[in-house]
Design a protein around this ligand. Structure first.
Ligand code: HEC
Ligand code: HEC
Length: 198
């Protein structure tokens, strides 16, 4: 008797968790409300919601955990990451990193001098080969500029990037953002919705 109750509850429990199990696509669908809209803007300050397609899995995992813990501050992203389990984060990161872009061969890239200090980590065109270093190739220009400014003024914390950005002036940050944004790499998961361009 006891045994069958045990079996029944194990069965109930496992079918419940099977039911509750969400696929990577389901977990990512709310995210696409912003990350799947081409040229969608964050407001105050205004810059585009970053592209996530083709980003390295490890970097997406780290970014979501940093929002969840509050280590990286952004009110909306903290709210979206707050209830995600480690497993959810892993699946979401699988989903966004599964989109692959055709990227340039290093010989085809016309590098600018300002990028010399970046390529060791982010690659010649911004397609880093180290999965914990984000791809910045093809990312929105104003998001890249916003990120560099935030590292420089300390609003975004990362020991490496705070050091790198402290050496850059505004003109260099603008040139670098333009350069990396013009490369092929990051993809918008286009859901057929395009925000009105500003
Ligand atoms: C209301 C719009 C909105 C929604 C919904 C949203 N995001 Fe974001 N997300 C943003 C904005 C804006 C940023 C840039 C924040 C910053 O400057 O740190 C961002 C940043 C990120 C980053 C960091 C990108 C990078 O290059 O560092 C990741 C990863 C991310 N979001 C994943 C998600 C996931 C996963 C979901 C769904 C669970 C989600 N977002 C839902 C607006 C949104
Ligand atoms: C020693 C390695 C290293 C070097 C050199 C480096 N970066 Fe980074 N970069 C990183 C790491 C690691 C991160 C992720 C930091 C974080 O989690 O906030 C990052 C993040 C960034 C981001 C934010 C990307 C995003 O999706 O939010 C930008 C933009 C960036 N780097 C630009 C540059 C530029 C431009 C240079 C050269 C002037 C440069 N980096 C040099 C390692 C490096």
């Amino acid at each position: 008797m006891k045994f069958s109750i045990f079996v029944a509850s194990v069965f109930l429990f496992s079918s419940f968790s099977l039911y509750a199990e969400k696929s990577p696509e389901e977990l990512s669908s709310t995210c696409l409300g912003c990350h799947g809209v081409v040229s969608y803007n964050n407001i105050y300050p205004t810059y585009k919601v970053p592209k996530l397609g083709n980003q390295h899995k490890d970097y997406i995992v780290a970014a979501l955990k940093a929002y969840r813990s509050g280590e990286r501050s952004h009110t909306t992203m903290k709210a979206h990451a707050a209830n995600l389990s480690d497993l959810d984060i892993d699946k979401i990161a699988d989903y966004f990193s599964s989109f692959k872009a055709k990227i340039a061969t290093p010989e085809d890239v016309k590098m600018i001098d300002e990028a010399n200090s970046c390529v060791g980590c982010h690659g010649v065109d911004g397609n880093s080969e180290v999965p914990t270093f984000p791809r910045i190739a093809g990312q929105y220009e104003d998001y890249l500029y916003q990120s560099l400014k935030s590292y420089k003024n300390g609003k975004r914390n990362n020991a490496i990037m705070n050091g790198v950005a402290s050496t850059l002036n505004d003109d260099q940050m603008r040139k670098l953002s333009k350069y990396f944004a013009s490369q092929k790499g990051m993809l918008n998961i286009n859901q057929g919705r395009v925000a009105i361009k500003d």
